[in-house]
Write a protein that binds this ligand. Structure first.
Ligand code: SAH
Length: 396
């Protein structure tokens, strides 16, 4: 095509992973970098023999280019419109766009062929998050393409990248509306209502990725005494209430999270006194509670390992946390335990939980092995996109 792009040439043999459709070029694979190249620029990547490998966003760091397309495609509004249209069609196919479900992830980075870009939809508001300088510079055209999506009804686009962009890039992103403004912050998930705080909350305001796992929890909640640890917005708690729990206790170290959880319970079950929330440290709470107090325990902590270097300590953290739950859960209890650390593999997580179970000496069986839902698809050529792991365990 017509565009004049700067070209990055790879070292001999370094084209292999791109030919297998992996979307990242690591800095060590680059033979020559144009002097005047700017962070966030769209570049052309070629092999040592001159073959075109694709076009992508350049950035400074160990991941140097995130490939957007393997052909010499213009990266313009039409490009984003087409990728978003495909993402929307997939969510429709997944059955997520319904009157009783207005929240889902529309774009999951590499899993939707838009590396560095995340979009969560809450009713007619989309929250856009950039993880790369290239996506930061493209934010306004992505926002324009979002509101132009036919039949999607997106009116407001909030940009939230203050904590997700590489800080060395000095992009000084400002969290603000790119289009529209605040209307309502109530969205619906499987018929349940949630206050979503995209202005001040963590991530894009809600953990959409636990939707299917919360629905599974509901099925185990009838008459159960439930403890929802690391509750944040109280997602699991609200589903447990709908499932007929005898009582639900929600715990989070953040007082704001506890207020949010109380508000979401009140929104769905006004005046229902089966629920109580506590602002407390999870480890302290588990240490001080009685044995046999709860039949159903959820452990959904923040990522203990944000980087490879933290894996060892994270493994210790998962082991300690799960050991405390195994020690205290009632006989015949069910434990939903998760890890959202991308750096911890499914096998490593299972090993940490296995060790914790063995320490307790209890009989433990795996009932379900959980992962992220289909609106967080994993590009098969980019296994790094898989991050959420969960086990549902029957503890005798
Ligand atoms: N389960 C939630 C998401 C959990 S996010 C959902 O389905 O939406 C992780 C939460 O853990 C955050 O709200 C954070 O405030 C809380 N947290 C972090 N460290 C904690 C600790 N030591 N004790 C209790 N809560 C903690």
């Amino acid at each position: 095509m017509s565009q004049q792009l700067k070209t990055i040439t790879l070292k001999r043999g370094k084209e292999e992973s791109l030919l297998r459709f992996h979307p990242w070029v690591f800095s060590g694979a680059i033979a020559n970098l144009p002097d005047d190249i700017e962070e966030g620029e769209v570049v052309k990547v070629i092999a040592s023999d001159g073959r075109l490998l694709g076009v992508g966003h350049y950035e400074i760091g160990s991941i140097a280019v995130r490939i957007l397309d393997s052909a010499d495609t213009d990266i313009d509004e039409a490009f984003f419109t087409e990728r978003l249209r495909q993402a929307w069609a997939l969510r429709r196919r997944l059955g997520l766009i319904r009157t009783d479900n207005s929240t889902f992830r529309l774009v999951h980075g590499e899993g939707d062929f838009l590396p560095g870009c995340v979009v969560d939809v809450y009713g007619n508001t989309a929250v856009l998050q950039a993880h790369s300088p290239g996506m930061h510079y493209a934010r306004q055209i992505i926002a324009n393409a979002l509101v132009a999506l036919p039949d999607a009804g997106i009116k407001n686009v909030y940009y939230k990248s203050e904590t997700t962009l590489p800080f060395k890039a000095r992009l000084d992103p400002v969290n603000d509306y790119l289009i529209g403004g605040f209307e309502t912050n109530i969205a619906t998930e499987n018929g349940l209502k949630f206050n979503i705080d995209w202005l001040k909350g963590q991530k894009t305001g809600f953990f959409v990725d636990q939707r299917d796992n919360r629905a599974l929890l509901q099925k185990y909640s009838q008459d159960a005494r439930v403890l929802n640890m690391f509750c944040y917005t109280g997602g699991f708690s609200v589903y447990a209430m709908r499932g007929g729990a005898q009582l639900v206790h929600s715990v989070d170290s953040s007082a704001k999270a506890v207020t949010l959880t109380d508000a979401n319970i009140e929104l769905n079950f006004p005046g229902d006194n089966r629920h109580k929330a506590f602002a407390q440290d999870a480890f302290k709470y588990l240490a001080s509670m009685e044995k046999g107090e709860y039949d159903l325990i959820i452990l959904d902590p923040p990522a203990f390992a944000k980087h490879r270097s933290a894996v060892r300590n994270a493994m210790i953290g998962y082991r300690r946390l799960n050991a405390a739950a195994f020690e205290k859960i009632a006989a015949g209890g069910i434990l939903f335990t998760f890890s959202c650390s991308q750096a911890i593999s499914k096998e490593q997580f299972r090993l940490a939980v296995f060790t914790a179970a063995a320490m307790s000496g209890r009989k433990v069986r795996i009932l379900h092995q959980l992962t992220q839902p289909a609106d967080h698809p994993v590009n098969i050529y980019h296994p790094e996109g898989e991050y959420l792991k969960g086990l549902v365990l029957y503890v005798e």
